[in-house]
Every structure is written in C-alpha cells, then in structure tokens.
Design a protein around this ligand. Structure first.
Ligand code: SF4
Ligand SMILES: [Zn+2]
Length: 200
C-alpha cells in the first residue's frame, strides 16, 4: 500500500474519507512535488495538481480549519496564501460577531477587498499556472462597488470590454480557469442561435 500522503496530513488508521481521493497522493507524483519552496515552475506544477483535484475545496477548508498553514500546497494555495485567507475569515467573523452583539463598528478594519478598479481586483486574485491557464485564488463571488461577480464574468468584462451574454464558461481543459482566451459567453459559444439573454 502507498503511504505517501502528498501535502495532506494523514494517519494510517482512519476511516475512509476525502483524503482517499486526493490528487496529490497519486503514486506517480514525486514526494517533493507538493512542497515547491519558492521555485515558480514548481509552484505552478503543484497548483495545477490541486486545481484538478476532486476534493480541492474540502482540502482547503481542512487546511484552514486545522491551521495547516506552514508547509506545502493545500487546496491550490501556498502557506502564505492560506494564512491570508484565514486572516480575512477571522476579520469577517469578528465583524459579524460585533454586528450581532451591537459592539461598536470601529472594531472592524477597513475591508481589504476594496480595490480601485475591477482590473486591480482581478490581478490581485489570479495566478498564472502551467500550460497558459490562469487560476482564480480569490473569493467565490467577489464584489466590486456593491455588486457581486463571478470570477469568469470579471475576466470576460476586462478582456472584451462588454458584459457577457448569458453564462461565461471555461473552454479549456482546466475547470475554473479564468484565462480570458479560455472562456466564452453564450454569444461566442453559439453565435447563431440568437436565443441567449443578457447576463443579469
Ligand atoms: S487540493 Fe491539492 S493538496 Fe489538497 S488533496 Fe487535492 S491535490 Fe492534495
Ligand atoms: Zn485554461
């Protein structure tokens, strides 16, 4: 039996769980792969493995919840990126708590998600990964000037200079990729149907 656990802490005597589906535990992955230090190509390689992993989100949540934020790639994020996510979650938690208990609003730090432009927001939350893909590392539904967006919508608007028609989908092999040339809206995927509706 293979006891290599990728970057996911594990023990041998446990019930089956999500870790059994961890992409980083595959036998053909070198034990160092998920611990890329600061080498950019190696970081890209590790991130790409996570991005295709079927248990990425549960892995990321586990890493954040258990404080596994010192070593290795987990859920597509480096240790310092996981620490930043944890910090932001703590900030939101405190703000929500303060709201419920009626504590003074001054306890809440200014939102770190306030960017001067959509471009700044996009650049702050994307990472180039191998084979020309672009990974989204920010919140699931980022908001800008009071409006919430899907990451692919932002990529589309910035690149095409117009709002998408219908849904923006990834057209490459990497689900979740936000590289502008790897996404398309309804009007680009089915240009002749004329049935697509403008996105809300
Ligand atoms: S998300 Fe990455 S670190 Fe987590 S189980 Fe999958 S491949 Fe491993
Ligand atoms: Zn892509």
């Amino acid at each position: 039996m293979n006891h290599y656990t990728g970057s996911v802490p594990d023990n041998r005597r446990r019930k089956p769980d999500w870790r059994d589906n961890a992409a980083c535990r595959a036998a053909d992955i070198h034990p160092d792969t998920m611990f890329p230090d600061s080498d950019k190509d190696r970081i890209d390689d590790a991130r790409t493995i996570c991005w295709k992993c079927p248990v990425r989100l549960v892995c990321l949540r586990d890493a954040i919840n258990t404080g596994d934020n010192q070593w290795g790639m987990r859920g597509g994020l480096l240790p310092e990126e996981r620490r930043a996510v944890k910090k932001e979650l703590n900030r939101r938690h405190k703000a929500a708590e303060a709201q419920q208990t009626g504590a003074p609003a001054k306890a809440t730090a200014p939102p770190r998600t306030s960017y001067p432009s959509l471009r700044n927001l996009f650049d702050a939350h994307t990472k180039r990964i191998i084979h020309g893909h672009l990974a989204w590392t920010g919140p699931e539904r980022p908001s800008f000037k009071g409006r919430s967006y899907k990451p692919k919508q932002i990529a589309f608007i910035l690149d095409r200079g117009r709002p998408p028609v219908g849904r923006v989908l990834t057209t490459c092999s990497l689900s979740g990729c936000v590289m502008p040339s790897h996404i398309a809206d309804d009007s680009e995927r089915m240009p002749r149907t004329g049935t697509a509706k403008a996105a809300a």
